[in-house]
Design a protein around this ligand. Structure first.
Ligand SMILES: *Cc1c(COP(=O)(O)O)cnc(C)c1O
Length: 333
């Protein structure tokens, strides 16, 4: 099975070596509270402690370091204002290249400033994410910049897979691994790594009920679009692309299940992470803990939950800690 995957264990091992001096090896800790609660060992992979605040630095760094010298000189481009944008800005600068991040005029100033601070050129254009993506296509066409997509890219998937190798190294006994799921780059990489080593490990994708594009696509048997809605897990928003090349089929072939979480459940996951584990994480990163707390995971042995990022608006975080069960303010992407 694994030999036919578009990203192999070998690709992931090579990516892991390529990026090893530029990304953090994040800790795995045992959660006594969650272990007691579910009756088996539960471990948390603290990937929110990664540089730039999310695992996306792994894929972005692997993509940038895979460029030929003349491609690196031309620079990379993407349309993300979130964790991928931050990661690509940082990775490009660290490798002596330049990132151009395209975003719409509606993106809040603090997000623009953050991407600039990380060393990227920011190009503000149009009024939507689609307009920003058109500008990316134009910069690739006219100026020869190299697009680095947020998930549907073999170099990015292999980079994210390095996280799976770390999970295996620190917790080889894991029977179930809980992975936050949006476009599926993280889940594809982690599942490809772990299932190549141990085909019996269960990999569960977790996402929010509101606008679960990969779940809807897997059910339809092809990429479909879903209505985007406000969620605490804003990093899990967005589609998987009508012309998805890699992550749709990899998630279809490798994931054992996809579990959906409500907003109150995600909020409870964030609260548990903060109040019990003493970790500040964003909603997207809380879905694994949320599913365990909600009793939505069948327990077959040691569990690892990946905490994928910490780039949460601190005002929203405070409101969740104080008991909010639904997002209030519109955090425009
Ligand atoms: C991007 C992201 C995800 C989802 O990753 P995909 O590869 O798109 O499935 C999960 N958590 C955080 C914090 C992210 O930034």
């Amino acid at each position: 099975m694994t030999t036919s995957l578009p990203v192999s264990l070998r690709d992931i091992i090579l990516a892991s070596e390529r990026i090893s001096r530029r990304v953090r090896k994040t800790p795995i800790i045992r959660s006594d509270a969650l272990s007691e609660r579910v009756g088996t060992a539960v471990y948390l992979k603290l990937e929110h402690q990664q540089i730039t605040g999310s695992f996306k630095l792994r894929g972005a760094t692997n993509a940038v370091l895979s460029l030929k010298a003349e491609e690196k000189a031309r620079g990379v481009v993407a349309a993300s204002t979130g964790n991928h944008g931050r990661a690509l800005a940082y990775a490009a600068k660290a490798a002596g290249s330049t990132a151009t991040i395209c975003m719409s005029r509606l993106v809040p100033e603090n997000k623009v400033a953050e991407i600039r601070r990380l060393g990227a050129n920011v190009r503000i254009i149009g009024r939507s994410q689609d307009d920003a993506q058109l500008e990316v296509d134009r910069l690739v066409q006219d100026d020869g910049l190299v697009a680095v997509p947020p998930f549907d890219d073999a170099r990015v998937i292999a980079g994210q897979g390095s996280l799976g190798l770390e999970v295996f190294k620190d917790c080889p006994e894991a029977a179930t691994v809980l992975v936050p799921l949006s476009g599926g780059g993280l889940a594809s990489g982690v599942a490809a790594a772990l299932k190549a080593i141990n085909p019996d490990v269960r990999i569960i994708g977790l996402t929010m009920q509101r606008g679960a594009a990969m779940k809807a696509s897997l059910e339809a048997g092809r990429p479909v679009e879903v209505q985007e809605e406000e969620s605490f897990a804003d990093s899990l928003g967005g589609g998987i692309g009508f012309h998805n090349q890699l992550t749709f089929s990899m998630c279809r072939d490798l994931l054992d299940d996809v579990v959906l979480l409500s907003e109150p459940e995600i909020a409870a996951g964030m609260r548990h992470a903060y109040c019990v584990e003493r970790e500040v994480i964003e909603g997207a990163a809380a879905v694994g803990v949320a599913a365990l707390l909600a009793g939505k995971i069948e327990i077959t042995g040691p569990v690892v939950a990946i905490l994928s990022g910490r780039n949460v608006d601190m005002e929203q975080h405070r409101s969740v800690i104080n008991g909010a069960t639904a997002p209030t303010r519109k955090d425009v992407a």
